[in-house]
Design a protein around this ligand. Structure first.
Ligand SMILES: [Zn+2]
Length: 575
């Protein structure tokens, strides 16, 4: 953002703090300095560390006034601001307070001249004060020359250094100064300050607009006031959030919320229309993406941080809206979406087709809405499983001797009931059928049981159809199981070799009890279940690649069902 120099000086100079009390957001420094003055414990060298515009040189100047104010016989924590010294220092006209820009006076010659002048007594002030801004810019030789002075400074001399990069200052210098770290000014402190400035300047500014200005200031009082200067140039009766946002070339929060609604509705046309709107209004695509990233990051923060107001620069109202919006995303979806946007940023810079790049990113994010990680899917299924097994069985009991076999032992099919049905009892066609077919095989066996014309397998099929709507989770779990009558009161179930989840689930007594109870109730008499695991094909010995895993997961009936229930695609499989 470019800041016109004229407007820059106006508010920043007019509102430059003249006392410690006027400094915004650096109480930890100003209080310490005031206490040191009161107690007569002032050091000879001070280093103020902080990012641009947080008040480093401002505090150094106030400290210079505190030392030299004529309203008191000694240094005072509250310089008057009206005596000759205070005014001269304020106007940069005091011969004894020298401000040196370290960036343009970085050589040994400049520092030697400084060293020579140090010896000369102050003209009108108590102390000679050297304020060196961006002190880290000095050359090595200049630092060495400065060090000699710092080692044995005359009692009437004080050095105040300011820097944004303290790590570039030699340790020998650092060890001879008191260090004070200034903070990035908090957003709400900047908003409160802007409210005061707006009232004093006699302008009406929407609170939301002040929030945007403070956000643009990015922790710097000076930058915040510079943006406010630009805003005041709008000369509107009431300055609105929309005007300020447009002035900055930013995109309004409402646009991001509208985009959010389109994304969660998987409304591609809606999302593209918003992009079109943004481009038509001349918004910079890069700024738009940065804003969207910030929006998604805010949702990530409200998902994970107990007191998001301490991290986010948001009003209470906007925080609530973010919290509502964040509920519509999983952690993975937010991370993936942010990844997509971060990858898009360098692409935008490299292409003329900026709108297309932007649209592509949004399409990916819409698709990501449909992505569900296998982990989270299984977690949700397992949660449902917990609910399902809470149902008490009414009738029947599954075979007590049932033992699940590990799928890695393909030599013999795992069996199962006290009746110990041989795997051969399973129709060969069923056993050889592709395990992925999520349909129930009904064996053509003779009618059995009191219902005469109904086989148990047919009864299972009828019951299973009802389960599909009544208990989607249970249905997903058992849909791929092939069944056959194993006798008048026994239902034989063949679990496909690759249906590991189904196998593991059926290994749980509760699941078997429930199944037995349900099918028994459906048939009207106790039915025993024989559960057999299908042999894996002998070819499945090669090491699995990630693609194999994804393919296998896709064939897993449970996963298929889950994808159907939740809607999604497989993005990763963990062994
Ligand atoms: Zn004074």
């Amino acid at each position: 953002m470019s800041i016109p120099h004229e407007s820059y000086t106006v508010l920043a100079r007019k509102w430059r703090p003249q006392t410690f009390a006027q400094v915004i957001g650096q109480e930890h420094v100003t209080t310490t300095l005031q206490n040191a003055i009161t107690q007569g414990r002032l050091g000879q060298g001070y280093l103020f560390i902080g990012t641009r515009g947080v008040g480093k040189t401002t505090i150094a100047r106030i400290l210079a006034k505190a030392l030299n104010c004529l309203s008191a016989a000694e240094p005072t924590p509250t310089p008057c601001g009206t005596c000759a010294n205070c005014i001269a220092i304020r106007d940069g006209a005091c011969l004894d307070v020298m401000e040196i820009d370290g960036a343009s006076n970085r050589g040994i010659e400049e520092i030697r001249r400084l060293r020579d002048s140090v010896a000369i007594a102050p003209v009108s002030a108590r102390y000679k004060v050297y304020i060196i801004d961006e002190v880290h810019m000095l050359t090595k030789e200049a630092f060495n020359a400065l060090l000699k002075t710092l080692e044995e400074p005359p009692p009437h001399v004080k050095f105040f250094f300011a820097t944004t990069e303290p790590h570039k200052i030699p340790a020998t210098i650092l060890s001879r100064v008191q260090k004070h770290e200034l903070r990035r000014v908090a957003w709400d402190a900047l908003v409160a300050y802007l409210e005061k400035v707006a009232a004093a300047e006699g302008v009406t500014v929407e609170r939301g607009a002040l929030g945007v200005i403070a956000r643009a200031g990015d922790g710097s009082v000076r930058d915040t006031l510079s943006v406010f200067d630009q805003v005041l140039a709008l000369a509107a009766e009431t300055i609105t959030e929309a005007e300020v946002t447009a002035l900055l070339g930013w995109t309004e929060r409402e646009t991001y919320f509208a985009l959010h609604h389109a994304l969660v509705a998987e409304d591609v046309a809606g999302a593209l229309a918003i992009v079109q709107h943004v481009i038509e209004r001349g918004r910079d695509p890069e700024q738009f993406i940065l804003g969207l990233l910030d929006f998604l990051r805010s949702m990530l923060v409200v998902q994970h941080v107990t007191n998001p107001e301490t991290v986010l620069e948001e009003t209470a109202e906007s925080l609530r809206a973010l919290q509502d919006a964040a509920q519509r995303y999983t952690h993975e979806q937010l991370l993936y979406s942010m990844d997509v946007l971060l990858e898009t940023l360098p692409r935008l810079a490299a292409t003329e087709a900026k709108q297309t790049a932007l649209e592509l990113a949004l399409l990916k994010i819409v698709r990501a809405r449909r992505r569900v990680s296998l982990d989270s899917m299984l977690e949700r299924l397992q949660a449902l499983d917990g609910a399902a097994t809470a149902v008490q069985p009414v009738l029947g009991e599954a075979p007590a001797a049932y033992q699940p076999a590990r799928p890695a032992q393909p030599a013999a099919p795992a069996v199962v009931s006290p009746a110990a049905a041989a795997p051969a009892a399973i129709p060969p066609a069923a056993a050889a059928a592709p395990a992925a077919v999520p349909a129930v095989k009904v064996a053509p066996t003779a009618p059995a049981g009191p219902h005469g014309d109904a086989t148990l397998a047919a009864a299972w099929k009828a019951w299973l159809a009802g389960v599909a709507t009544a208990d989607a989770k249970l249905h997903a779990l058992i849909a791929a199981v092939m069944v056959a009558d194993g006798g008048p009161d026994t239902l034989r179930m063949l679990v496909p070799h690759d249906a590991e989840m189904t196998w593991q689930s059926l290994a749980q007594k509760k699941t078997r009890e429930r199944l037995g109870a349900e099918i028994s109730r459906h048939v009207g008499r106790p039915v025993a279940l024989e559960i057999v695991r299908e042999q894996p094909p002998s070819t499945a010995t090669a090491p699995l690649t990630r693609d194999d895993l994804v393919q296998r997961a896709k064939q897993e009936p449970l996963v298929q069902k889950a994808l159907e229930i939740f809607g999604g695609e497989i993005i990763d499989v963990q062994e």
